[in-house]
Design a protein around this ligand. Structure first.
Ligand SMILES: Nc1ncnc2c1ncn2[C@@H]1O[C@H](COP(=O)(O)OP(=O)(O)O)[C@@H](O)[C@H]1O
Ligand SMILES: [Mg+2]
Length: 295
């Protein structure tokens, strides 16, 4: 008894017609279903008698799954790109239709157009970055990097946001923390985590940046006193475009790609990332990276 009606039909057909049959069929197992490329080849003897069939099954479950993910990503990307473009187009048209005459409206609409253009730029940069990291054939170019330097630079980039939200930054760092890694990648990891900590913490909050070396590993911890992440969302926030509050988070100007970039980079360096969060109390992200890499 074969586990698939489709497959037994295919075999019957091969016996009936004496011709090779091919189809993609689903096999239902105990735990999961499998997608296989099934080939049924009749064995015809010298006297034209059909003595049996050869059945070749090629498991294509993973390939199909990857294809589905890819097409979901493409449709998400299209949607995310369309939103700012629609808004830019809409406000430009409203201006041309007469709103231009009103100085206040003109300023307001032009600001929206500028902000949405900036969002579009960030989206494109993040998408390009993700696709670059995902091309596993490009190996990391390791060199010696001081994580403390990287963090100092990241804080300079974020100075404006820190001042605007009156966030206290508490640093728990040694003089230097050298590891073999990629400076740009480390910068990106720290930037995305610290900028999230600032973004998702109300005014006057506190962000603690801690790093230390233990054995052959370096740990970077970014903790905030912010809104936290509900338990149900914690497993999903590393997915591309996943946001806890879609509409609200959009207003913060994020792309929804920051944490997936972090996760990909951490994996690229054979590290780990963990998350600890309580709603309305705060969130801590912990990244652990090996100190040494052999090129
Ligand atoms: N420190 C944090 N505190 C609370 N929520 C967070 C924090 N960091 C990330 N999140 C949640 O995870 C989502 C995904 O983060 P990210 O990939 O950086 O995208 P975004 O562009 O929305 O910031 C955010 O939209 C937010 O809902
Ligand atoms: Mg972010």
């Amino acid at each position: 008894m074969l586990p698939s009606y489709q497959l037994s039909n295919l075999i019957k057909e091969a016996f009936k017609t004496g011709k090779k049959q091919q189809a993609e069929v689903i096999l239902y197992g105990h735990s999961a279903e499998k997608r296989v490329d099934a080939n049924v080849v009749p064995i015809v003897e010298d006297n034209q008698h059909l003595s049996g069939v050869i059945l070749v099954l090629h498991d294509i479950t993973d390939i199909r799954h990857l294809e589905a993910l890819r097409s979901e990503f493409v449709s998400n990307v299209s949607h995310e790109l369309k939103t700012p473009v629609t808004s830019i187009k809409g406000f430009a048209e409203t201006l041309l239709d007469g709103a231009m005459a009103d100085a206040d409206l003109r300023k307001e609409f032009l600001e929206i157009i500028r902000d949405e253009s900036n969002r579009l730029t960030r989206l494109i940069e993040d998408i390009l970055q993700l696709s670059k990291i995902e091309q596993h054939q490009i190996k990391p170019h390791y060199s010696e990097v001081d994580l403390v330097n990287v963090l100092t630079n990241v804080l300079k980039v974020l100075r404006k946001a820190i001042v605007e939200k009156n966030v206290t930054i508490e640093l728990q760092l040694p003089q230097s923390l050298v590891l073999t890694s990629e400076a740009d990648g480390l910068h990106q990891i720290a930037l995305n985590l610290i900028s999230n900590a600032i973004t998702y913490t109300p005014n006057d909050g506190c962000v603690t940046i801690h790093a230390h070396k233990k054995g052959t590993e370096i740990t970077l911890q970014v903790a905030d006193t912010g809104i936290g992440i509900p338990a149900a969302d914690q497993t999903r926030i590393f997915e591309r475009f996943y946001r806890v509050h879609k509409a609200r988070e959009r207003e913060t100007g994020g792309t929804g790609l920051g944490l997936s970039i972090v996760k990909h980079l951490v994996e690229r360096y054979q590290g780990r990332i963990a998350l600890d969060s309580i709603e309305d109390e705060g969130t801590t992200f912990t990244v652990t990276l090996p100190c040494e890499h052999i090129d």
